[in-house]
Ligand binder design. Structure first.
Ligand code: NAD
Length: 256
């Protein structure tokens, strides 16, 4: 049902972004994939997705930590009916020791990029007469954990930005919402396992069960496919009046 639409997914050569890209392509959308790298594998990934789903897929390099790159990504896409702001990074440290450059990078990539891409995409959506902005926030957009100051602040910011975007587009056939995943086993989460094993002197299994899934009552990771299907739902006609809100895909985390 998304045939003829073009979706731009930031940070989509891995993890949730790639999962969302697959589901949007399966629903018929043409795609612009993105990350900050420009490797043969990135372009091969785009070709593979195009072949698998029979849609047009381009890979566009752009660094979501830079305002001008964010805006250039949308300009190079030319069409942007669906914008999925997904690029994100994590860093864990107590506040007094939190490196300033890490704070700045997380706020830029996880929050400001969504502002810049939205600013560039809204005029294109208005011209096309339809649009969907799906911001990938987090359970950490609604709750907090110690040592994740920049990430939690950025994700709460993404939830706020989604509400403002929804209000500014409320009278138009454009919606903006935030998906708030709990733990999804992607490279971002995988990278946190060794540190946590060291910190708590725990095995990999114990880190997964006792630390990561401790707050996820389902005791299961959410999957990138589930996040992708939620994004596809938000692009459907059924979701036309869903705007300015959050959808948690977190196994009950935020119900606690
Ligand atoms: P990931 O590390 O697999 O993917 C992150 C993506 O962002 C990659 O494609 C990476 O290349 C891209 N990226 C990083 N820096 C970039 C930059 N400067 N410019 C452009 N692209 C950049 O991680 P993921 O788990 O798939 O995370 C995707 C999003 O989902 C993030 O916003 C993350 O905060 C959010 N999220 C993840 C989880 C989880 O448990 N995995 C939970 C909640 C929210």
């Amino acid at each position: 049902f998304l045939t003829g639409k073009t979706a731009v997914v930031t940070g989509s050569n891995s993890g949730i972004g790639l999962g969302v890209a697959h589901r949007l392509a399966r629903a018929g959308a043409d795609l612009v994939l993105n990350s900050f790298t420009d490797r043969d594998e990135d372009h091969a990934l785009a070709a593979g997705l195009a072949e698998e789903h029979g849609v047009a897929v381009r890979y566009v390099q752009a660094d979501m930590s830079k305002a001008e790159d964010c805006r250039a990504l949308i300009a190079r896409a030319e069409r942007c009916d669906i914008l999925v702001n997904n690029a994100g990074v994590q860093f864990v440290s107590p506040i007094p020791d939190f490196p300033v450059e890490r704070w700045d990078a997380i706020i830029a990539i996880n929050l400001s990029s969504a502002f810049h891409t939205s600013a560039a995409a809204l005029p294109l959506m208005r011209k096309a007469g339809w649009g969907r902005i799906v911001n990938i926030a987090s359970a950490h957009g609604l709750t907090a954990s110690p040592f994740k100051s920049a990430y939690v602040a950025a994700k709460h910011g993404v939830v706020g930005l989604s509400k403002v975007t929804a209000l500014e587009t409320a009278r138009e056939p454009i919606t903006c919402n935030a998906i708030c995943p709990g733990y999804v086993l992607t490279p971002l989460v995988e990278a946190q396992i060794p540190e946590t094993m060291k910190e708590y002197g725990m095995s990999r299994d114990d880190v997964i069960r006792k630390v990561m899934l401790e707050r996820q009552p389902s005791k299961e990771f959410a999957t990138v496919e589930e996040i992708g299907d939620t994004a596809v739902f938000l692009c459907s006609d059924a979701a036309a009046q869903i705007t300015g809100t959050t959808i948690s895909v977190d196994g009950g985390w935020t119900a606690l």
